[in-house]
Structure formats: C-alpha cells, structure tokens
Design a protein around this ligand. Sequence first.
Ligand code: KIV
Ligand code: NA
Length: 279
Amino acid sequence: MAKKTILDFQSMVSKGEKIVYLTAYDYLTAKMQEKAGVDMILVGDSLGMVSLGYDTTLPVTMADMIRHCQAVRRGAPQTFIIGDMPYMSYQAADVAAIENAGRFIKEAAADCVKLEGGGPRILNRIRAISEAGILVMGHIGLTPQFMGQIGGYKAQGKTAQAAMSLIRQAKLIEEAGACSILVEGVPTAVGKAIADRAAIPILGIGAGSFTHGQLLIYADMVGLYDNFTPKFVKKYAKVGEILTTAFQEYTLEVRAGKFPVDTEHTYTMEAQEIAELDK
Ligand code: KIV
Ligand code: NA
C-alpha cells in the first residue's frame, strides 16, 4: 500500500474514518506496526522513558531522536512518520527550531515533526517550521515537557475556563500552519469540542472517542512498560510477561544443560572429519 499523505488523513476525517496512530522507537516494532496497517507512527520523546530508562522525557537529545527515527523509518518505509522534537530543540528560537525540524526530514526521512505547547512563542515556531515547508503537528493538553509547570501527570482542561483556553490554543495552532494537532489527557467533552471546531485532523491520546484518530504509546498498550500506566491506556497484550517467561525458561534450561541438546539447534560434522580431530 502507498504511504498515506496529509491529504489522505484529511480525506479520512471527512469520511469519518478513524486515524490509527502508535508510537515506535525501533526497527522491529515499526515493522510490525506497518504490517498491522497502522496509519501513522510517532517516534515520541517518550523514547526517553520507554527505551532509555529516564524518569522523564527531558534528557532526550536530537541525536537520540534522529537515531531512533532512522531505525523506525527502516522498519516502516511505507508509513507516515512523525518525529517528536525533544526538549530544548525548538523552545529557544525559530532558527534552531527550523534547523532541528529539518534534521528529522533530511537525516531520518520523517514526514512531519511534532512540538508541544500553544503559547505565543510556540505559535511562532510552528509558523516558522511550516513556512520552511515542513509538516508540523501541534501537541496540547497534558504536555510532558511542561511537567514541572503542570505539577504532575494529571488531566488538563477540566474546568470550562481551562477547556476554553485549550480550544483557543487549538485554533491558533491551526492558524499558525500546523497540519494536525495531538490532544493529550483531557475530558472527552474537550476532545470533542476541539475536534468539532477544527479544519485539520485532531488526534487524541486520553482525549476520548470523538477525536479524528487515536494514539497510544505502544509499550503501554502491549504491556511492556509498567512503571506507570495512565487511566487512558488499554492493555491489548501482556508482552512483558511473555518475554520474562521466555527469559526465565532459557535461564533454567541453560543451567540444567537442557539447551542445546538436540540436533535441531546444533551444527553437525561428518564422523570421519571428527575422527581427524583426534589424530
Ligand atoms: O512522546 C510521546 O510518545 C508523546 C505522546 C505521549 C503523546 O508525545
Ligand atoms: Na512527546
């Protein structure tokens, strides 16, 4: 199947078809997701927690992101890939934001970049990157790079005033030239209000069922990452348990001398050749 473009996503929205979105950080996972028919893959800076073992996303660097984005691209050559701009790769200035966004496109063959926030400076960054010809996805609501200010992992937009502020941010992000917006961790009514007012695809993670598409962090939904599970995560598999059991069985069999024993997992040699060894 041909790789979907932003035009395909717009047409999916107008036909009422949901956009399926997952994160991936490596070649193998991306390959399985492309096989499964996922519409878009986010190489999220959640990489820092899921694959690199940090407590937050803040230490993730451009080098980390580019390397993993390249691996995901190799695994999913026909899937629309979004590169997540890491903390401090776009906050300081428009030029830095354009240059770093450009690296995702040039070095990792990403189709789009994503950045967090909806304040006036972020709107400038979105405009600048978009004017450089790069597709930009906004990200509002529960934005992990603002965790210090948010004060914890909790739903956003719970009061009418806070919700109105998110709805306004979404419109401004759209007007600044974003091709899509990810809305994270808001009540269903807020996800719906934003999606209903938008002229671009609104994707949700923990934003209810009315957004134009759904995102989950793959390691959460397959039961691999268990340090913390947000309310909105549905577990579709227990991959962590399956892997741990396999590692345990291997450990037991090696220690007991039960692996490898059979000819199935060993190489053989002609008897006369073996005899030569003893001479
Ligand atoms: O980094 C990421 O995976 C994200 C999602 C949590 C929305 O930005
Ligand atoms: Na992120």
